[in-house]
Design a protein around this ligand. Structure first.
Ligand code: ADP
Ligand code: ADP
Ligand code: MG
Length: 644
């Protein structure tokens, strides 16, 4: 085993790897960018090396600087985590050339699987079923259109260099092919510097089922499947293992195909074979096809760990240090069921816009595994993936595990940033998901119901009033029942005032009047409770009061004169960039009339495109940005003329 390793990553995965290293007595070296100087992964490591600026290309993607840091600190091996340099074969070669061990597959294995077309050809040759389609070199649009007809519609255009759902377009009919091809190629050229595409049959009622494989360069085993069908825009949201309703013969066939794929490239380390499954007539052993291989540890690996009892990072370190596979196939089995939910700083009503912010309060339930790269007080910066945590639960059956997931999400408290917590909670309670009737279209079909935002109930608002009143505890409060202390209180919540009248009857007994409703509060063991409502946690942090009811996090501040002024100033004249990004397009010119909701510009940031719209009716005064321009968060892009 190694004495010391360097982790070339950040956030939750860097912390996750360090936990296992510590368990194995291996010292750890963290690397960090400017933005991460005070990050959790830096604090957790035995040593930490600063490697450059906040943008990934100035730090986490600088292979030469990272290798120099490993040499200087005496680390013997580098763990790449996922993303960043994890699937970069040139980096793997450079690590070996520096006399260090790359904790992962060989450069040759990564190259073999790096492009989807080449990978599919190789898998076909190894006898693994692949999605039918066109994998040719000829990229002439007319040829591609003719091939799409042969594949038969609907088809999926995919960037051969694709990843993270980019450069992918579903096309339902021939008339739409040319436009879809142009936009897929455009996106692929920007994201991957390679605009080549392949064409696949679009699988009906698709389920995404992937198999965890593990090799030691000589032999390979699989650790069963994960179902990742709950996706939004081809990105995974909730994952589970094993796949619901998986027939044993299909599990065996998929496991065999995955092991065959891993053996065909002499695979070493943790990898995932992703399959697309046609579930239109249930799961059948002849209805799964290879999509791609991810030659790294996957974000959702914890659900596999939960059902197999294997620590996959431990296996990675053992195999990389020269040991052979720790277990044989027949020693591996499935125990119970596990779910993982990805908790993000995201503005769901604004179209899942990535959010940033300082996490004034952060608390995870005690009976779930929470893999997180942030602590209370840390910030979600605009530079990286806005993931806050992965919440992982395990139960004897799927139904038990799912109800544990619901409870774990209800017990998760985040204040300081908007999150997708309520969306995850709604998914966990979704009836079809509960039955295991999943496919990749589920979220899109039910999006409206899944994204209903929780509203602060009267009980929530009354608790905020009681917390804001700061009533002293103890017997010496000194009011008598016939002359209760009455106070009017104003709180600010989501840009609106909450007006309440508080009547204090005793140190542990108060009435809160909200409009026509009066609620009775009782203080038990230091915590206010509202009669007839379940216990609702309240936290005070950073000058605000946060009430956590189910997956809703409701923040209140005492309303002062300043806040009233801000509220009074109607919709703004300026459209600001919500985050750092690239202006893709500007649709308006000075002098143009717009109405509220009109499209003004498109910004590309954090792997997605965001449309910026007019906040009110008006005339465009100035256009301060142009397509192709990189802009900072908060930069004014478009100004409307003052209202008459
Ligand atoms: P998984 O299949 O495990 O969900 P993905 O392939 O979506 O993982 O991505 C794994 C990691 O790599 C994630 O952290 C994701 O943010 C990052 N990633 C993937 N594709 C891109 C990309 N095109 N640009 C930046 N980061 C990416
Ligand atoms: P990426 O490299 O971006 O992860 P994948 O090839 O793994 O790309 O596909 C991402 C997702 O797109 C899959 O998880 C699945 O939901 C959907 N998808 C991919 N191929 C097909 C297909 N042929 N038919 C239907 N859906 C597909
Ligand atoms: Mg994929």
């Amino acid at each position: 085993m190694f004495d010391k390793i360097l982790i070339a990553n950040r956030g939750e995965i860097a912390c996750r790897i360090m936990e296992t290293a510590r368990k194995l007595g291996v010292a750890t070296v963290a690397v960090y960018s400017d933005a991460d100087a005070r990050a959790k992964h830096v604090a957790m490591a035995d040593e930490a090396v600063h490697i450059g600026g906040s943008a990934p290309k100035d730090s986490y993607l600088r292979g030469d600087v990272i290798i120099a840091a490993a040499k200087a600190s005496g680390a013997q091996a580098i763990h790449p985590g996922y993303g960043f340099l994890s699937e970069n074969p040139d980096f793997v070669d450079a690590v070996a050339a520096a006399g260090l061990v790359f904790i992962g597959p060989s450069a040759a294995a990564i190259r073999a699987m790096g492009l989807k077309d080449a990978a599919k050809k190789q898998m076909q040759a190894a006898g693994v079923p692949v999605v039918p389609g066109y994998l040719g070199e000829n990229q002439d649009p007319a040829v591609l259109a003719a091939e799409a007809e042969k594949v038969t519609y609907p088809v999926l255009i995919k960037a051969v260099a694709g990843g993270g759902g980019k450069g992918m377009r579903k096309v339902a009919r021939p008339a739409d092919f040319a436009d879809a091809l142009a936009s897929a190629k455009g996106e692929a050229a920007t994201a991957f510097g390679n605009d080549a595409v392949l064409i696949e049959k679009y699988v009906d009622k698709p389920r995404h089922i992937e198999v965890q494989v593990f090799g030691d360069g000589h032999d390979a085993v699989h650790l069963f499947e994960r179902d990742c069908s709950l996706q939004r825009r081809h990105q995974k949201v909730i994952e589970e293992a094993p796949a619901p309703d998986m027939p044993p013969e299909m599990r065996a066939a998929m496991g065999d195909a995955a092991v065959k794929a891993a053996r065909a490239i002499g695979y070493k380390g943790a990898g995932t074979i992703e399959f697309i499954v046609d579930a239109s007539e249930g799961l059948r052993a002849d209805r799964f096809w290879f999509m791609e291989m991810n030659t790294r540890l996957q974000v959702e690996h914890p659900v596999t760990e939960a059902i197999t009892g294997v620590d996959l990072v431990e296996w990675q370190l053992r195999v990389a240090s020269g040991e052979s596979l720790p277990l044989r196939q027949e020693d591996l089995s499935i125990n119970g069921h596990a779910f993982e939910a990805r908790l993000y700083a995201e503005d769901v009503p604004a179209g899942f816009l990535p959010a940033t912010g300082r996490l004034d309060h952060l608390q995870f339930p005690a009976d779930a595994r929470a893999d997180s790269g942030v602590r209370p007080g840390d910030s979600i910066s605009p530079w990286y993936d806005p993931m806050i945590a992965k919440i992982i639960v395990h139960g004897h059956t799927r139904a038990i595990a799912l109800s544990k997931l619901s409870r774990a999400l209800e017990g998760t408290q985040v204040a300081g940033s908007v999150t997708n917590l309520a969306f995850l909670g709604a998914l966990a309670r979704h009836e079809g998901f509960g039955r295991g009737d999943v496919d990749t279209g589920l979220i899109e079909r039910d999006l409206a119901a899944l994204t209903v935002q929780p509203q602060a109930s009267d009980a929530v608002r009354a608790l905020a009033v009681l917390a804001a009143a700061n009533l002293p505890e103890g017997p010496n409060i000194g009011f008598s029942l016939w002359s209760p202390l009455r106070r009017n209180m104003s709180l600010l919540h989501q840009g609106a005032a909450v007006e309440a009248q508080l009547a204090v009857l005793a140190a542990d007994h108060a009435l809160v009047r909200l409009g026509e409703t009066e609620l009775c509060g009782r203080r038990v063991a230091g915590q206010w409770r509202i009669d007839g409502a379940p216990m609702i946690p309240v936290q005070k942090a950073a000058g605000a009061i946060h009430v956590f009811a189910r997956e809703g996090a409701f923040s209140f501040t005492l309303l002062d004169a300043l806040a009233r002024d801000v509220m009074g100033a109607g919709p703004t004249n300026a459209t600001l960039s919500p985050m750092p990004g690239l202006v893709k397009a500007v649709f308006v010119v000075p002098g143009q009339a717009v109405v509220a909701g009109d499209r003004l510009a498109v910004l590309e940031a954090m792997k997605m495109e965001h449309t910026l719209t007019a906040a009110r009716d008006g005339i465009v005064g100035q256009v301060l940005a142009e397509a192709g321009q990189q802009v900072e968060a908060g930069a004014a892009l478009i100004l409307l003329e003052e209202e008459a």
